[in-house]
Design a protein around this ligand. Structure first.
Ligand code: PLP
Length: 391
């Protein structure tokens, strides 16, 4: 595939790459860490900064409007109504809020898995002192089999809290089976979608979950300090877990006797949110929508398949792939073990390839604006390194 022939939805790849100044410096292939700032996002932030410096508090109103737009776009992306989405500062906060809402009773248990990000687990660990058991489903060769989670769930399970796509190996859990498992046991399903929202299709109409949290700074191309919490209808009457001026209908109400929360998911918000993060979130999501969410997902899948196919020919050269081979069980992250991986990481950096040196693996996270040529080039360098060290 030649770069000039590649398309990104209605755009040529060349045009899309012109939105990403980072592409002028080399191949940015660590998008699941912190995605680079695209021009439409930078312009939106700069406009808000200008308003802030010239008009002061007016930028707060722009931020609130952007937050509303971002919630609507995020809802479209995952197949839910905007009133089920709260603006939050990060994923960890979202899972903590969910844990307060679910409030597992003493004697119950919560099931997490071994390849989780801390934020999927820590909120529940805090509950152990009041008699809640935390059970850890084990991983097998870089994946968390459905059966591993199923084996831990029983009639006392109050919640299943999962990292949907693991940042270590890139494995993706089967949301539809977990959604059914949670429903069958009357447990809440809480999803950390940091590495899945924007990278792979999520349709919560088909696979309902109780809560889903995601940050904006990865596959949604927003900024750090922003995120979303989807709260399913059945939890919308929960008393605000951290009530404050942003969770109530009239933020200027001086009545300190009663809390009058929003009827929607904003009751899960608390104080001031980051206006610039909200502006960036709206701009990042609008950019993805212009390209087409399905085109974005398809391009990531094509790049990942190209990488996986190339790397799988190197097993006799000592390359071990941690990412599952089944496309349904992976997303935008490819993780591999290779001899002298730090040397490889250094030579890739020297050659202008930004990949991850992550938990002892090389991690490559291609996004929609990356080119097939970049994938082939990174493969060529890895191949030469692998052959040299087995040779
Ligand atoms: C799977 C996963 N969950 C969560 C996060 C981030 O959590 P937070 O938004 O709380 O910083 C990351 C990466 O930073 C991640 O890879």
């Amino acid at each position: 595939m030649d770069q000039v022939d590649e398309r990104c939805g209605p755009y040529s790849l060349a045009e899309v790459r012109s939105w990403f100044p980072v592409t002028r410096r080399g191949a940015y292939l660590f998008n699941g860490n912190i995605a680079p700032c695209a021009e439409p996002v930078r312009h939106a932030i700069e406009k808000a900064l200008l308003t802030w410096s010239e008009y002061g508090d007016a930028y707060h109103g722009d931020g609130k409007q952007a937050a509303q737009q971002a919630r609507t776009l995020f809802g479209e992306l995952i197949g839910v109504q905007p009133h089920t989405i709260a603006s939050i500062p990060n994923t960890t906060t979202g899972i903590h809020l969910a844990s307060r809402a679910v409030n597992p009773p003493p004697g119950s248990n919560v099931v997490v898995h071994e390849l989780s990000e801390q934020g999927s687990v820590f909120p529940w660990l805090q509950l152990r002192e009041r008699g809640v058991e935390v059970r850890v489903a084990r991983a097998v060769a870089g994946d968390v089999p459905y059966e591993s989670i199923q084996a831990e769930v029983d009639e006392r399970t109050a919640a299943i809290s999962i990292t949907h796509v693991s940042m270590g190996t890139g494995c993706r859990l089967d949301l539809s089976r977990l959604s059914a498992l949670a429903r069958d046991h009357g447990a809440a399903l809480i999803v950390d979608a940091a590495q899945s929202a924007g990278a792979v299709p999520i349709d919560l109409r088909a696979t309902p979950v109780d809560f889903l949290a995601a940050p904006t700074f990865k596959w949604l191309f927003g900024q750090t300090g922003g995120g979303f919490l989807h709260v399913s209808e059945r939890w919308l009457e929960t008393p605000p877990p951290i009530p404050g001026h942003s969770s109530v209908v009239d933020s200027h109400d001086v009545n300190l006797e009663t809390i009058n929360p929003y009827a929607d998911a904003r009751r899960f918000e608390s104080g001031m949110t980051d206006a610039l993060a909200n502006v960036a979130a709206a701009a990042g999501l609008a950019m993805l929508k212009r390209v087409g969410y399905s085109q974005v997902h398809a391009r990531i899948a094509t790049h990942v398949t190209r990488l996986m196919d190339g790397l799988s020919t190197l097993d006799n050269a000592g390359v071990v792939l941690w990412t599952p081979t089944d496309p349904e069980h992976r997303a935008g992250i490819v993780a591999l073990d290779i001899a002298h991986h730090k040397d490889l990481h250094q030579s890739l950096t020297r050659e202008g390839f930004h990949v991850g040196d992550w938990q002892g693996h090389i991690r490559i996270d291609p996004a929609f604006y990356n080119s097939a040529e970049e994938i082939d080039s990174v493969l060529a360098i890895i191949t030469a390194h692998a052959r040299e060290h087995t040779g």
